[in-house]
Write a protein that binds this ligand. Structure first.
Ligand SMILES: [Zn+2]
Length: 127
């Protein structure tokens, strides 16, 4: 925020703050999905899912398995992919590691699909 923006009318300041907040936090549909999937997958109650902009990754789980970081902005408008990434990361918190054999359909060999421009494509289904 610049000094000049502090002199803007209050409604513009509120609008700007809202736009910044939307970029920084999961949108309401993403937050609702996080709560729903944590419950469905019987995640440890101390698992926290944090919205975090990242470079060249969409999500990861800390080695000690309690914190999942997901790039909510990169996954916005891609509810199937958001869900599928989240399920994969929750499984990491439950001790699952990547399948080395790339078993078709396995959540532990799941990867997001990107188009030729490198943009994430929404999956067709909830896995
Ligand atoms: Zn993984």
């Amino acid at each position: 925020m610049t000094i000049r923006s502090l002199t803007q009318p209050k409604t513009e300041q509120i609008d700007m703050a809202f736009r910044v907040a939307r970029k920084l936090f999961f949108d309401p549909s993403q937050s609702a999905m996080v709560r729903q999937v944590l419950k469905q997958r019987s995640a440890d109650p101390f698992v926290a899912v944090v919205d975090a902009p990242m470079n060249d990754m969409v999500a990861y789980t800390t080695l000690w398995g309690k914190v999942i970081y997901m790039d909510g902005d990169a996954l916005r408008g891609r509810p199937h992919t958001f869900h599928n990434v989240l399920v994969h990361e929750i499984l990491h918190t439950q001790g699952k590691e990547h399948d080395q054999t790339q078993i078709p359909g396995s959540m532990m060999s799941y990867a997001v699909t990107k188009n030729i421009q490198g943009e994430i494509i929404d999956d067709a289904t909830f896995l």
